[in-house]
Design a protein around this ligand. Structure first.
Ligand code: NAD
Ligand code: ZN
Length: 361
C-alpha cells in the first residue's frame, strides 16, 4: 500500500509588522500561576538592542542570549541548556526561540529534551523522541530556512549532523513579524533567502513533486523574484514582508516533497568544513546547471543584481580525504537522491561524479 505523508503543521500563526508585541498576550494563556516560567532563547545579536527591552519577560522567566556564530547548534549545547534549567528552576511552562534558523532549532530541540531523558544524541533521527515536548514558540529574525515550519531541529552531534524529527518538533505557535528581519546583514540576508529559493527549485524538480507542494513552491518563487529581482528589489520593509512569507511557503513546499542535489551535497560540505547551511547551498547551487538549468540561471541573475559574493575556487585547498568524507555523507542521503534522480539513482550518480562536482567548487 502506498503511504502518503501525514504532516504536522504549526498550530498557530501570527503574521504582520509589529506582531511581536502580541507575544505577551499569547504566552499569558500558558501561565497558570506566578510559578510558571518561560525560557526565552534569543540570538546574541539582540543583546543591548531595542528588541531586548521588548521581550515580554516576567520576573520568574529566564532569558538566555546565545551566540550562534561559533558553530551550528550541537547536541552537547542542548543537553547543557536543558540540564542547567531543570537543576536550577525545574520544568518551564514554555520555550520561546527568537532568532534565525539556528536559534529556532535550539528552541525546538530544547522543548523536546525537557521531557525526554538522556542525551539528545539518542534522538537524532526520525520519530525517536518518546514523549511530547513542552510548549514552544518560534519568532524568526531571518527568513529563508523554513525552520519556522519544519518538523526537524537540526543538531550536530559527535557522530552525525541530523535532526530530531517528529510531529512534536513542530512549533505550537509562530510569530512572523517582518520588522524583525530588517537588520540582517546583506550577505546573510541573501544566503538565507536563497535557501528558500533552492528549497522550491528542488522540491518542484524531482520525482516526489505534486500539486500540493508546487502550489506553495510557485508562490514562494514568485515572492523571491520580487525580493531579489523585482523593480523594488533589495532589503526594504515591503520585501521583508514578502520574504517572510516566501520562507514559510518554501518550507511547506519541501515538507510535502523533498530537497535534492544541492542539499545532499551541502550536508557533506557543512559536515566536513562546518560551512553554514545557507552559504554552502549558494556555493553548491552555482555549480548545478546540469541538474537545475533554469534555477541556476536565475540564481546567478539574483547574485549579480544584488552584488553578492559567492566564494569560489575552494576545492584547491581541500584534501582527497576531505572530499571522500563529504562524498560519504552525501551518498547516505538516499531520500534526497531518490527524489532528485529516481530510484535507480545509484546508477546515475557515482562517487566519481560527486567528487567531480565538489572539485568544481
Ligand atoms: P543563523 O540563525 O545561523 O544566524 C546567522 C547570523 O545572523 C548570526 O550571526 C546571527 O546572529 C545573525 N542574525 C540573526 N537575526 C538577525 C537580525 N535580525 N539582525 C542581524 N543579525 C541577525 O541563520 P539562518 O541562516 O537563519 O539559519 C541557519 C541554521 O538553520 C543552520 O544551523 C541550519 O542547520 C538551520 N536550518 C534548519 C532547518 C530546519 O528545517 N530546521 C532548515 C534549514 C536550515
Ligand atoms: Zn535548506
Amino acid at each position: 500500500m502506498q503511504m502518503f505523508k501525514n504532516f504536522k503543521s504549526v498550530s498557530k500563526t501570527v503574521y504582520g509588522k509589529g506582531s511581536f508585541q502580541q507575544l505577551d498576550s499569547i504566552l499569558a494563556e500558558r501561565r497558570q500561576s506566578d510559578k510558571d516560567f518561560m525560557v526565552f532563547i534569543v540570538d546574541h545579536y539582540f543583546k543591548g538592542k531595542d528588541l531586548e527591552k521588548r521581550i515580554p519577560q516576567h520576573p520568574q522567566d529566564v532569558v538566555l542570549f546565545i551566540d550562534v556564530d561559533p558553530h551550528e547548534p550541537t547536541t552537547e549545547q542542548i543537553d547543557e541548556l536543558r540540564d542547567g534549567i531543570l537543576q536550577s528552576k525545574g520544568l518551564p511552562a514554555g520555550v520561546i526561540g527568537i532568532g534565525g534558523g539556528s536559534i529556532l532549532d535550539i528552541a525546538k530541540a530544547a522543548a523536546l529534551m525537557f521531557t525526554n531523558e538522556g542525551s539528545s544524541t539518542l534522538y537524532q533521527g526520525l520519530n525517536l523522541i518518546k514523549k511530547p515536548g513542552i510548549y514552544h514558540v518560534g519568532v524568526p529574525t531571518i527568513s529563508g530556512t523554513g525552520a519556522e515550519v519544519s518538523m526537524t531541529a537540526v543538531l550536530t552531534g559527535p557522530e552525525k549532523k541530523l535532526g530530531l524529527k517528529c510531529d512534536w518538533t513542530v512549533f505550537d505557535q509562530i510569530v512572523l513579524d517582518p520588522e524583525l528581519i530588517g537588520s540582517v546583514p546583506r550577505n546573510q540576508w541573501f544566503y538565507t533567502g536563497m535557501d528558500t529559493y533552492i528549497h522550491c527549485v528542488e522540491s518542484m524538480t524531482g520525482y516526489l513533486k505534486n500539486t500540493f507542494s508546487e502550489a506553495y513552491g510557485y508562490k514562494s518563487i514568485d515572492l523571491c523574484r520580487e525580493v531579489f529581482l523585482g523593480k523594488n528589489h533589495g532589503q526594504n520593509p515591503e520585501n521583508d514582508e514578502k520574504l517572510m512569507v516566501a520562507s514559510y511557503f518554501g518550507g511547506l513546499s519541501l515538507t510535502y516533497s523533498e530537497v535534492g542535489v544541492c542539499h545532499a551535497l551541502s550536508y557533506g560540505m557543512s559536515y566536513v568544513f562546518g560551512t553554514r547551511h545557507c552559504l554552502a547551498n549558494c556555493i553548491i547551487f552555482d555549480q548545478l546547471e546540469e541538474y537545475y538549468p533554469e534555477g541556476v540561471k536565475e540564481f546567478r541573475e539574483m547574485v549579480k543584481v544584488n552584488q553578492i559574493d559567492i566564494p569560489k575556487n575552494l576545492s584547491k585547498q581541500w584534501t582527497e580525504a576531505e572530499v571522500e568524507k563529504m562524498t560519504d555523507v552525501t551518498l547516505a542521503l538516499h531520500h534526497m537522491w531518490n527524489h532528485a534522480l529516481g530510484t535507480d539513482w545509484k546508477n546515475i550518480i557515482t562517487r566519481e561524479k560527486i567528487k567531480s562536482l565538489y572539485y568544481q567548487m
